[in-house]
Design a protein around this ligand. Structure first.
Ligand code: FES
Length: 163
């Protein structure tokens, strides 16, 4: 696997240099670093603060204000379960309980091996096929059932030699 999750000073410096002369550079820099590394490592905050002439506290303040920003490496497979109304009305609560049990995770957690993470989302635009989930932020699955979810997990584990 590439060093996607590793702290990479050069990548962060490059992102900072691309934006540092623009007003309001902090948010584009944070997005750029997260896009490049998958998260914003603690040590990157020093580089970002230095490059943008901000304090570390200012950078931390923005990172913690926006839940979108991650400060730890993401799971290899992120499972997002819709918690909005149309899915709720199609027994999404039962599905959520099953998914939590199956993965051994609560929302906003990642398993110890870093294989699966679990997050709530609020409408995937797939309401007519509720309940819906998304995996790896690009594949939406509708009319999800406990059985279908279990086979997806088995397939992912099989494909990636995950254990
Ligand atoms: S409410 Fe779940 S996809 Fe829209």
């Amino acid at each position: 696997m590439t060093a996607k999750h590793d702290w990479d000073r050069e990548v962060v410096q490059k992102v900072v240099e691309e934006h540092q002369c623009k007003p309001g550079a902090l948010l584009p820099v944070l997005h750029g670093v997260q896009d490049a590394l998958g998260y914003i490592p603690e040590d990157a905050v020093t580089v970002i603060a230095g490059g943008l002439n901000l304090s570390r506290a200012e950078v931390h303040g923005v990172i913690s204000f926006y839940h979108f920003f991650r400060t730890s490496p993401p799971a290899r497979h992120m499972v997002q379960v819709c918690r909005a109304e149309a899915c709720q009305s199609m027994k999404a609560n039962d599905l959520v309980s099953h998914i939590k049990n199956r993965l051994g995770l609560d929302f906003h957690e990642i398993d110890e091996s870093g294989t699966f993470g679990l997050e709530p989302v609020y409408c995937l635009g797939n309401c007519s096929c509720a309940p819906a989930i998304m995996i790896d932020r690009d594949e939406i699955y509708g009319r999800m059932t406990e059985e279908k979810f279990d086979s997806l997990v088995m397939r992912i584990k099989g494909d990636g030699n995950e254990h």
